[in-house]
Design a protein around this ligand. Sequence first.
Ligand SMILES: [Zn+2]
Length: 168
Amino acid sequence: MRKATIAAKPRPDSEASAVGQCLCGAVEVEIGTPARWAWHDHSSATRRAHGAAYATYVGSWRKRFRVTRGADEITRFKDVATGTTRSFCARCGTPLAYERARSAHMVNVPRALFAGRTGREPRYHVAIDQLQDWTYLGEPLVPLKGFPGIVWERPTRRKRGRTRGISD
Ligand SMILES: [Zn+2]
């Protein structure tokens, strides 16, 4: 017998989907693909909520978003001042969803939860004026001697200009 919960709602056979999960695997979510849109959020609230320079989200119509495992593990933080609710896994802390009262039909899911494609490239930026100067923006990197697997941005590279090769 089907339960009257979002978690038990079957996926329409005709709908393609993307499956995501939290770090510990307790919670699994699914969205219908292609996602509605995708963007990078540079706002201070999202930066702190994720503990990262910025977060990349895919927005899903609420009716195409499902919690397919671990609904009982989800904890929510409601920010009354901004009318937003952030959900995360109570076991491992992974952010799972970001919902805004002013767009109640959408559920925004961190892109990083999904290993596969979501059908939407993140071409948009929210709060770009809050971009941090320590955000990595693709500067040239070179191996760090003595630390296999670690690369770094030489502090002198910008002063020299970018016409020299990466192996200089
Ligand atoms: Zn978890």
